[in-house]
Design a protein around this ligand. Structure first.
Ligand SMILES: [Fe+2]
Length: 303
């Protein structure tokens, strides 16, 4: 199997000449009806509309990440008692949260602080997943036919390494009487998620479907900023998903790809081949998204 570094070099070789028509379509394997991509398929951009328009798929876990998975799961159970976690805040969204109206307690931390707060093995996992998320981001931009010259501005500098990666650790507490988490879209471009037990559900092809853990695979959930940029749900959308009320403890962890905090949220207008601003400030956009997701009101709307 190729290493992640190998994948990055392969991508660097391929990407300068990538155009939409180069992408190939094949029959993907499926699990519970949800597409499964291998690393090679991701790098070669071998998937297209069926995957991106539904916004959720499985992605093979790179060999380099696998060695850290058990450490990360163990950390998910113990972070509420970790001294560095208790002290940590970045003054924005980062830090420990015990959300009302959900079963979640969670810890968010942005890339700039990983090496001072997270245990070594989990830092390594976070940076490896960040590299995987770069590959994923370029793939979905190619596959959704966003012109390369617009990537930097359209992603709030994510493709220039000027965006943000948030790592989140989630611990679902069955003693909290609420949904695990109500229906929502993730806020950024994409999340790469590891789940250990059933509970995740997605609105997939017109109905709520269970997304059970698939051995040796992450779940990729495309987000709202991606859907806004693509501006054509036949080419890509952010998956609505939820976690049902759980009767036993469950943990998960994820990495997200977000615009730079002082960047705007943009949408692509295909007819004029230009970007238009939808939200001036990514921070204000995030504030609104957090408020909607963690309020009692339902914002579920698949258009
Ligand atoms: Fe989510």
């Amino acid at each position: 199997m190729k290493s992640i570094l190998g994948l990055v070099s392969a991508l660097a070789l391929v990407s300068p000449n990538w155009v939409f028509s180069d992408c190939q379509e094949i029959d993907l394997q499926r699990f519970y009806g949800i597409p499964i991509l291998s690393q090679e398929q991701l790098v070669a951009c071998i998937e297209i509309s069926d995957v991106l328009k539904d916004g959720i798929f499985y992605l093979e876990i790179p060999h380099e990440c696998k060695e850290h998975i058990s450490d990360a799961l163990e950390f998910c159970y113990r972070f509420p008692n970790d001294e560095k976690v208790k002290e940590y805040t970045d003054g924005k969204f980062g830090g420990y949260h015990n959300r009302e109206h959900t079963q979640i307690e969670s810890f968010y931390i942005e890339r700039r602080d990983w090496d001072t707060v997270l245990p070594t093995s989990i830092q390594q996992l976070a940076f490896k997943m960040a590299r995987l998320s770069n590959i994923l981001l370029e793939t979905i931009l190619v596959s959704s036919a966003i012109p390369k010259e617009l990537w930097s501005e359209g992603t709030g500098l994510l493709t220039e390494n000027g965006g943000q990666n948030h790592f989140s650790f989630n611990h679902y507490r069955p003693e909290k009487k609420a949904m695990g988490i109500k229906p929502h879209q993730d806020f950024g471009f994409a999340s790469i998620l590891f789940t250990e037990k059933a509970g995740l559900e997605a609105f997939y092809q017109g109905q709520w479907e269970e997304i059970p853990p698939l051995k040796d695979h992450f779940v990729v959930v495309l987000g709202k900023a991606f859907e806004i940029l693509v501006n054509d749900v036949s080419k890509g959308s952010g998956a609505w998903h939820r976690v049902r009320q759980l009767s036993e403890e469950r943990v998960s962890f994820a990495i997200t790809c977000d615009n730079g905090e002082d960047q705007a949220v943009k949408r692509y207008e295909r007819e004029i081949n230009q970007l238009e601003t939808v939200h001036e400030s990514y921070q204000d956009y995030l504030t609104e998204c957090f408020k909607q997701t963690y309020s009692l009101d339902s914002s579920f709307n698949t258009k």
